[in-house]
Design a protein around this ligand. Structure first.
Ligand code: 1YM
Length: 646
């Protein structure tokens, strides 16, 4: 295929671009910011395909002022010759005609060349304007489109000895809810693509803010091996042993796996098919998991590390493991509601066999590593058994009624669940104010005390014994982990109330991590909220009843606005008292009720979890022992997982 040039007849002509503008969601998933980012991925995918075909080494992605995107590559350039049936340039066809198989998320890896660029016309249809610039080693060609339509054909605008394609576009604000790109999101995706396609150099830049331009070059000769190392670095995990790498072919199919153990208890397996993340796994991931469990058990038996009746489970062998599974296939079948799972049944035995053979021979050649892995898996197994015992003890207690409500819980008088709330409050003094200020009919208060467990680093057996968390578990009534039962929830809203400072943020995060890990449905179901205590009190210093006024501010701007509003009335200028609340404890019961607990006047944030994977990642970073990544994320975190709900 080296010298094989594009054959214009291969393009299957289907239809014009009207359907795309009529039903954009069908082609890019949605018209939200995700759909907007999708435009960039579609164009970049074409450049990556060119790299996979062996003709392109460099890709640049620029976010220009005005949220204009420019993607360039140094490949062969999209073919410019005249299409035999359409009578126009092939490049124009690629950008104006919907192609066969141009379904959303279809994936375009063609091991043996052929049709790609199916997303290009979709991007063109959804752009206010788009320009293509193709260099073919002789000439530079150019064409301009408005909302997918052109007045002039592809034209030669100069001579060149270079080759490559540049596409510049502005997303259509008639289509998208927002046309403002998130640099971090694009950066993450480009980094992922650079890991998945070893050797490609992707440079991404953002020059929208002239004062603060950003740019990063992503280039990983080690490919997915470096992906694993990157994950460990970001999460602050200590690696155990080297990255184990396995790859192989079966006809046109290619599979590669990189894996490494670490000092955490978490399992991180990211799988991809044709560079598309399969968040629900599928045949490739199953093949990998089966093989790993089998090889570790077989090796353990063979060398007497496992006794005859001992067997390690999949969970045992994946505790503290990070793995990337990437397959490239001529045709991917994506299944499930969100198309997040790879179907292709033949991929499972392929990956399974490949992994079994190569991992077993790796173990045979590195017996010390194999031994360390088996020891780790055995430790995981023991912990799992301890957890099971702890759980059974907890179950027995509940069954016998001895798990009564925690002593510090000030329960509400209402017996039903509807309309009831539990405030989880850090510290006894704030707990006292909250108890004094609440509406006891439907508001319960649970003050927390004792040392918090870092659930990120602990297994479930420790949670059962933790003096700080168990009162939360019994007060909520749902149980945790496998035992969790939302129908047993004793309150409608679970409200975390903590100070607005760093310590408050810490306790909030710890509790959220705990809910995320052990009571996930509680978050999914929208039962968890965060109380918003004010930061400032602005008050007129006057004895005159008529002019007495108090305002509570939740930000510096709000404080300044209230200062402005209150300083004068009827031509009188007042002296203002501005108090900064350092903690909830500084407010008396009445103030706490007024500002933070009264449903009529308070603001509470509902904790959402649209993307559990993302939340888990952020939480891991926040909870891990490395301080730096935590600092970097702490700001973002509050904004991404919470949504305003007044
Ligand atoms: C910035 C985006 O689209 N690069 C690109 C696209 C193509 C080729 C090279 C290409 C492909 C082939 C032959 C082939 C495309 N070609 C087509 C089609 N970068 C970007 N670089 N020659 C050049 O697949 O055989 C679609 S995309 F269909 F015309 F071949």
């Amino acid at each position: 295929m080296e010298e094989e040039r594009y054959d214009a007849e291969q393009i299957q002509v289907l239809e014009g671009l009207d359907p795309v503008r009529k039903r954009p969601g069908m082609y890019i998933g949605s018209t939200s910011i995700d759909g907007l980012h999708h435009l960039v991925y579609e164009i970049v995918d074409n450049a990556i395909d060119e790299a996979l075909a062996g003709y392109c080494t460099e890709i640049t992605v620029e976010i220009l002022p005005g949220d204009i995107i420019r993607v360039s590559d140094n490949g062969r350039g999209i073919p410019t010759g005249i299409h035999p049936t359409e009578g126009i340039s092939a490049a124009t066809v690629v950008y104006t005609v919907l192609h066969a198989g141009g379904k959303f998320g279809g994936g375009g890896y063609k091991v043996s060349g052929g049709l790609h660029g199916v997303g290009a016309s979709v991007v063109n249809a959804l752009s206010e304007w788009l320009e293509i610039n193709v260099k073919d080693g002789k000439h530079e060609h150019f064409q301009h489109f408005d909302r997918g339509e052109y007045k002039e054909p592809l034209k030669i605008i100069g001579d060149t000895d270079k080759t490559g394609t540049t596409v510049t576009f502005k997303a259509d604000d008639q289509i998208f809810e927002t046309t403002h790109y998130d640099y971090e999101v694009l950066l993450k995706r480009m980094r992922e693509q650079a890991f998945l396609n070893a050797g490609i150099r992707i440079t991404i830049s953002d020059t929208r803010d002239a004062a603060e331009p950003q740019s990063e070059t992503l280039h990983y000769e080690g490919g997915i091996r470096q992906f694993v190392e990157h994950i460990h670095r970001v999460k602050g995990y200590e690696s155990l042993g080297d990255v184990i790498y396995v790859s192989g072919k079966d006809g046109d199919s290619f599979a590669e796996i990189a894996m490494q153990y670490n000092d955490s208890y978490n399992e991180v397996i990211l799988s991809f098919a044709n560079n598309i993340h399969t968040k629900d796994g599928g045949s490739h991931e199953n093949g990998f998991k089966n093989a790993l469990t089998k090889v570790v058990n077989d090796y353990g038996k063979r060398f007497g590390i496992l006794k005859d009746n001992e067997k390690l489970s999949g969970d045992d062998v994946r505790e503290g493991l990070t793995a990337i599974v990437s397959v490239k296939l001529t045709e991917c079948e994506f299944e499930g509601q969100t198309k997040g799972r790879l179907g292709n049944p033949q991929v499972r035995p392929f990956v399974e066999k490949l992994m079994q053979e190569k991992l077993m021979s790796y173990f045979e050649m590195n017996p010390a590593v194999a031994r360390a892995i088996l020891d780790k898996c055995l430790a995981a197994r023991r912990a799992r058994e301890a957890a099971k015992n702890a759980r059974e003890t907890a179950r027995r207690k509940t069954a016998m009624g001895s798990a009564s409500l925690p002593g510090k819980l000030a329960d509400c008088s209402e017996h039903g669940v509807e309309g009831t709330e539990i405030y989880i409050v850090e510290g006894d003094s704030a707990g006292g104010s909250a108890k004094g200020g609440r509406d006891r009919k439907y508001q319960a208060i649970l003050p927390l005390w004792g040392k918090m467990l870092n659930v990120e680093k602990a297994r479930i057996d420790l949670v059962y014994g933790n003096e700080k968390l168990m009162p939360v578990v019994t007060a909520l009534g749902t149980g945790i982990g496998e035992d969790f039962d939302i129908s047993k929830l004793r309150y409608e809203k679970v409200i975390i109330m903590a100070d607005a400072d760093v310590d408050g943020c810490h306790i909030r995060t710890l509790l959220l991590t705990f809910f995320f890990r052990y009571m996930k449905p509680l978050i999914e179901n929208g039962n968890v909220y965060i109380a918003q205590p004010p930061l400032f009190k602005v008050e007129r210093d006057t004895k005159t009843k008529k002019y007495q006024q108090i305002r509570y501010a939740f930000s510096d701007e709000e404080r300044d606005r209230y200062i402005d509003e209150l300083k004068e009335e009827d031509g009188k200028s007042f002296k203002l008292l501005v108090q900064r609340y350092k903690g909830l404890g500084e407010m008396d019961s009445e103030q706490l009720w007024e500002t933070t607990m009264n449903p009529e006047t308070r603001t509470i944030l509902r904790v959402k979890m649209e993307d559990a994977v993302k939340a888990d990642e952020v939480i891991t970073i926040l909870m891990g022992d490395k301080v730096m990544p935590r600092k970097e994320y702490i700001e973002k975190y509050a904004r991404t997982v919470s949504n305003l709900d007044i």
